[in-house]
Write a protein that binds this ligand. Structure first.
Ligand SMILES: *[C@@H]1O[C@H](CO)[C@@H](O)[C@H](O)[C@H]1NC(C)=O
Ligand SMILES: *[C@@H]1O[C@H](CO)[C@@H](O)[C@H](O)[C@H]1NC(C)=O
Length: 397
């Protein structure tokens, strides 16, 4: 996610606090770019990273993570050490497509070109030669690449050829397009948030649009929300999507249309925005749950009971050093645990109950989304570091 909410940062001294929770083992802490608001960071007010690390390569031996320094850092997935830098990227998350074993990054700080790299050689496969101005959303998966622009009523959603970057087809959004965290891409379709006015406080015309991979519109659902920044996720019968109006929506997967919504309220202070993407989890009894983080500082697990959302649990991750909470991180579920960035550090919770398993204090917001592999969890934070932890809490002395 973007760090917009923490733009109003003050120079609060970091206070050493003792956490009542166990800690994980810190395996590695690696600088990924700029550290100082408005100093060595090219964009004033944005420091460190909110980009989510992706495991890349057929052997998953490396991680790619963007940074507010304007580069994509390629790190060892074994120990976090930096192996290479890709220049084309920015603060947004690189997208790895296992079908083509390629990494797609988009302009961010260095313009709006979309660049596709071979993940093994890190050589550029292609870049869009006609600049796609004001990229608002981009992502790849299942051999497809999509990018959409925020150009008011001229916003366009592009399907790009994965071999060449040429435009295969365009969808004219005819209104603002959002979705910083990327579209939902499944083997059958792509879904993205569009609609209405750029100012989310004025907008009431958020729309979830789903197209097949040939560009035929499957359905468009006007949710009545304000802005969809989060990436939708797919459940058995519905698509889940969070909105800046503080609500989580369930949209019928086959036909479109809002099936249910759950609103956190308090839009006045717009402090309950649902911006981190939702994660779908099916429990041992086959029940589906949707998990997400909110700007109000809580992580929620909900489940659909007919046309009503029921709260399974919510867990508060504390306030940022400025007061108020919410890192809008996208949780990562691995076995019985989930991992999520918070306003002052990184958390692991029991996925079934929301109980805290461990906490690691960084002092700064971790709005990136963790990734888990081989009993390790990796996440980037706004202090400018990429952290690698053990998934389990460290043994207490
Ligand atoms: C880190 O792991 C890489 C392999 O991914 C290895 O080549 C390198 O030597 C390791 N560095 C350290 C400091 O252990
Ligand atoms: C998309 O177009 C291709 C080529 O024309 C066709 O084979 C495929 O069935 C189409 N897919 C859908 C979902 O319409």
């Amino acid at each position: 996610m973007r760090a917009s909410i923490t733009l109003f940062v003050s120079c609060a001294a970091s206070v050493a606090t003792s956490s009542p929770f166990p800690s994980p083992q810190l395996l590695s802490k690696i600088s990924v770019g700029c550290h100082h608001w408005g100093k060595d960071c090219p964009v004033p007010g944005f420091a460190g990273t909110d980009s989510s690390p992706s495991l890349v390569g057929e052997d998953s031996g490396r991680i790619a993570i963007g940074s507010y320094d304007g580069s994509i850092h390629i790190l060892s997935s074994q120990n976090g050490s930096e192996l290479a830098l890709l220049e084309g990227g920015g603060e947004d998350s690189p997208s790895y497509d296992p079908v083509t074993t390629s990494i797609t990054v988009w302009g961010g700080l260095k313009g709006s070109t979309i660049i596709n790299y071979d993940s093994a050689t890190l050589k550029e496969n292609w870049r869009t030669n006609a600049p796609i101005d004001n990229v608002a959303t981009a992502g790849s998966g299942f051999g497809y690449i999509y990018a959409g622009t925020a150009e008011g009523t001229s916003s366009v959603f592009y399907s790009l050829d994965i071999e060449t970057g040429a435009t295969k087809w365009k969808y004219s959004a005819a209104s603002e397009m959002w979705g910083t965290l990327g579209p939902l891409i499944t083997p059958a379709m792509v879904c993205v948030g569009v609609g209405g006015d750029a100012n989310f406080l004025l907008n009431k015309h958020s729309k979830l649009v789903c197209l097949d991979h040939n560009g035929t519109t499957l359905h468009e659902t006007e949710t009545g929300g304000r802005q969809i920044q989060s990436r939708p996720s797919i459940g058995r019968n519905v698509i889940y999507v969070g909105d800046y109006d503080s609500c989580l929506y369930a949209v019928d997967r086959g036909m479109g249309g809002v099936v249910a919504k759950h609103c956190l309220g308090s839009l006045g202070g717009y402090n309950s925005v649902v911006e981190g993407s939702t994660v779908v989890r099916t429990d041992d009894d086959g029940l589906e749950h949707v998990i997400f983080d909110s700007w109000n500082g809580n992580v929620y697990s909900l489940s659909l009971d007919g046309a009503t959302f029921k709260v399974d649990w919510k867990t508060n991750l504390g306030d940022s050093k400025l007061g108020g909470g919410g890192a809008a991180s996208t949780p990562f579920v691995s076995n019985e645990a989930l991992f999520v960035g918070g306003p002052t550090g990184v958390w692991s919770l029991v996925v079934a109950t929301g109980e805290v398993l461990w906490f690691y204090e960084t002092g700064e917001q971790c709005g990136s989304s963790p990734t888990v592999w081989e009993s390790k969890v990796g996440i980037g934070c706004e202090d400018g570091y990429f952290y690698l932890f053990s998934t389990e809490a460290a043994k207490q002395d």
